[in-house]
Design a protein around this ligand. Structure first.
Ligand SMILES: [Zn+2]
Length: 392
């Protein structure tokens, strides 16, 4: 995959060449008959964070001014050194308050930064998927399951669908299904219903829509002549996968909950086939403070929750070794290395090597809604959306 090893901030000004115009509306960025991009150097500006002198440019096609920093993930950040500790802290099970205790600053600054990291992770993941599609790397069997968590209030749970490749353990797709919560006790039902009357009931059919979105994504990145083998449990919404003749689905129902006694052959087979889905569920809960049971670090917005899952996915695919048990000799083998989409294990710093512009990537509709924070959390009241024009 074509991704720089050096961060834009660290490239000497004389060696840096702006790759394209950062303005989405520039005629040089048009899909149909684009005008060739041309720019000129136009002075410098001084700033407090290093590098203190930054070169400015002017696009001669549309007249927009920009600088070398415009192409860095740390664009407009007053503390560019916080990107790596924030990403690493989020995947080490820390809350924003705990990260702020260690590295300084206010927890709300870290929360805002985490959203930028989440958006960057989503765009980077989309780039990696595009590489997988172009090089026809998708041939392994797959496994799919939902992780149940919540934001703001437990009566607004959300299922996070994770689709992964069984052999390389590469996480391919993330989807989100906010749904109503089944309640057993009468007083719980009454409290839930009063909340739904006040803030609105979660939309019906969210699982089916999420599964359809993941199915379409899977079909889009796989070669048309490859038959895809998928293992799932018996959730009725997963039948949406069966609508594509290219997907061959094996169903392994979850066993009824009971303790003790020997496991039947079907149960053993279910655990063998869906092992990776169970492990991913455990690891995401282990690594993210907001997904732990009985936590006070739970997340407040569903959109931010899903963005945080993307940070986790990018770490799992590119930064973390495929297996910790395999020992030091295999420590450089990440799922992405095993899949063959990149040559070596990436560091967090490399993840942030350059900024990705959303207008240069076609995000699927459900991901675009999460990127712009249009996925509403009813309880929050006024849900702010991400509408910044130049930043990201
Ligand atoms: Zn331009």
């Amino acid at each position: 995959m074509d991704w720089p090893t050096q961060r834009v901030e660290n490239i000497p000004a004389d060696e840096f060449v702006p790759p394209h115009c950062p303005d989405a509306g520039c005629p040089s960025n048009r899909e149909t008959d684009p005008v060739p991009f041309r720019c000129i150097r136009k002075g410098w500006y001084r700033r407090q964070a290093a590098p203190h002198r930054v070169r400015r440019y002017l696009c001669t096609v549309c007249g927009r001014g920009f600088s070398q920093q415009t192409f860095a993930v740390s664009y407009y950040l007053k503390h560019p050194e916080r990107l790596v500790p924030c990403a690493a802290g989020l995947c080490a099970g820390s809350s924003f308050g705990q990260i702020a205790d260690v590295h300084g600053g206010h927890r709300s600054s870290w929360a805002r930064l985490s959203e930028r990291i989440g958006r960057h992770a989503m765009l980077l993941h989309a780039l990696v998927l595009e590489e997988i599609r172009a090089r026809r790397l998708l041939v392994e069997p797959l496994v799919y399951d939902h992780l149940e968590t919540f934001a703001a209030c437990q009566d607004y749970p959300i299922g996070i669908g994770l689709l992964a490749l069984k052999e390389s353990r590469f996480v391919l797709s993330v989807d989100a299904a906010m749904h109503a919560r089944p309640r057993r006790l009468p007083w719980e039902r009454a409290r839930r219903d009063s909340r739904y009357r006040r803030w609105g009931r979660p939309p019906r059919g969210a699982y089916a829509r999420a599964v359809a979105a993941t199915r379409d994504r899977l079909l889009a990145i796989s070669a048309p002549d490859v038959r895809l083998r998928l293992a799932t449990d018996a959730h009725p919404a997963y039948r949406r996968f069966d609508r594509s003749p290219r997907i061959e689905r094996a169903v392994h129902p979850n066993p009824p909950r009971r303790r003790g006694g020997p496991r039947s052959a079907e149960v053993r087979e279910r655990h063998r086939q869906l092992w990776l889905a169970d492990v991913l569920d455990k690891l995401v809960r282990h690594e993210t403070a907001g997904h732990k049971r009985e936590t006070i670090a739970f997340m407040r917005r569903h959109a931010c929750l899903v963005l945080r899952v993307f940070v986790n996915v990018v770490r799992r695919n590119l930064v973390a070794p495929r297996s910790k048990r395999a020992g030091r000799a295999q420590a450089h083998v990440t799922p992405a290395v095993r899949l063959g989409v990149v040559d070596e294990r990436w560091s967090w710093s490399r993840i942030f090597a350059q900024r990705i512009f959303p207008h240069r990537i076609a995000l699927p509709d459900d991901w675009a809604a999460i990127y712009d924070k249009r996925l509403n959390t009813p309880m929050v009241g006024k849900n702010t959306t991400h509408r910044l024009r130049y930043a990201y």
